[in-house]
Design a protein. Structure first.
Length: 129
């Protein structure tokens, strides 16, 4: 295998990694349906669970305990905190070449949740195949 071929493979892997990381981050930060929970609403529910645990039967106590653990984890995680800007920059740097090489259209990226502004910054337009 030539050095040029090895370099092309390495570039393809790097592009794929940047694109995968960005798409996974988009999925993880996609808004969930329903009203967004606030730290205050989580704390109120945790207090109510504490009260309910004292009188709950064994099965109800099991479910309340799990809900309590989930809410505490959500509260500890905060607002997600992940900054997409670095992943987005990496995505923008490689997505045009990747799209051209793999034949991926603007519509396919949009269907995956990639914002139009990100595609524009990358030089991918609706007219492009």
């Amino acid at each position: 295998m030539s050095a040029e071929h090895k370099a092309a493979l390495a570039e393809g892997r790097a592009q794929g990694r940047a694109i995968r990381d960005y798409l996974e981050a988009l999925d993880a930060h996609r808004p969930k349906p329903g009203r967004k929970r606030t730290p205050d609403s989580i704390k109120k529910r945790l207090a109510k669970i504490g009260d309910e645990l004292t009188t709950a039967d064994a099965m109800k106590r099991l479910h309340l305990t799990q809900e309590q653990m989930d809410l505490e984890a959500e509260l500890a995680a905060g607002d997600g905190g992940t900054d997409l800007s670095e992943l987005e920059s990496g995505f923008v740097a490689v997505v045009k070449a990747y799209s051209d090489r793999k034949g991926i259209s603007y519509a396919a990226w949009r269907a995956q949740g990639v914002p139009a502004s990100v595609l524009k910054a990358a030089g991918i337009s609706r007219a492009a195949g």
